[in-house]
Write a protein that binds this ligand. Structure first.
Ligand code: 4NP
Length: 151
């Protein structure tokens, strides 16, 4: 299974999500290919945000070597799943995808908010380190749910 995680900048949520999915797939012996990207071009080539690196490292995952990239057309045929971290980026993906593509596009749901609006992983960019910790924990729970369903 090939999964692409997508947020806006590809420096906070989706690199943390890439680390979470890599770690979970590794623990479960799943040979999944995981990548992340942003819908925006603000941070192409940049390392993840310092706070995202710190909270990932605390959880035993290094995301130091990841670099920001933007979603590209080819992604829509390369990946099995493209998962947005929030609804704005889901809408952006749906409009970028065009009519013909093989990837399934969905939302990485916050399980605490599932069934309520908006069940999404909000942007922690303007928050402090505690918000990054909470954001990563939320991503972890959402990823575990996704893997239960798709694994
Ligand atoms: P991300 O967070 O989408 O989780 O990577 C953001 C990073 C940068 C910006 C916004 C959100 N920005 O406006 O530069």
């Amino acid at each position: 299974m090939k999964i692409l995680l997508v947020c806006l900048g590809n420096i906070c949520r989706s690199p943390m999500a890439e680390g979470v999915f890599r770690q979970l797939a590794h623990e479960r012996g799943l040979d999944w290919k995981i990548d992340s990207a942003g819908t925006a071009d603000y941070h192409i080539g940049e390392a993840p945000d310092r706070r995202a690196r710190q909270v990932s490292s605390e959880a035993g995952v290094s995301i130091e070597n990841l670099r920001g990239r933007q979603v590209e057309k080819a992604d829509f045929d390369h990946f099995d799943w493209i998962l947005a971290l929030d609804r704005a980026n889901l809408r952006e993906l749906q409009s970028l995808a065009g009519a013909q593509h093989s990837a399934r596009i969905g939302l990485l749901l916050d399980p605490f908010l599932e069934g309520k609006e908006p069940a999404e992983v909000a942007d922690p960019y303007w928050g402090n380190i505690e918000e990054f910790r909470a954001c990563r924990a939320k991503i972890q729970r959402a990823a575990e749910k996704f893997i239960e369903r798709a694994g």
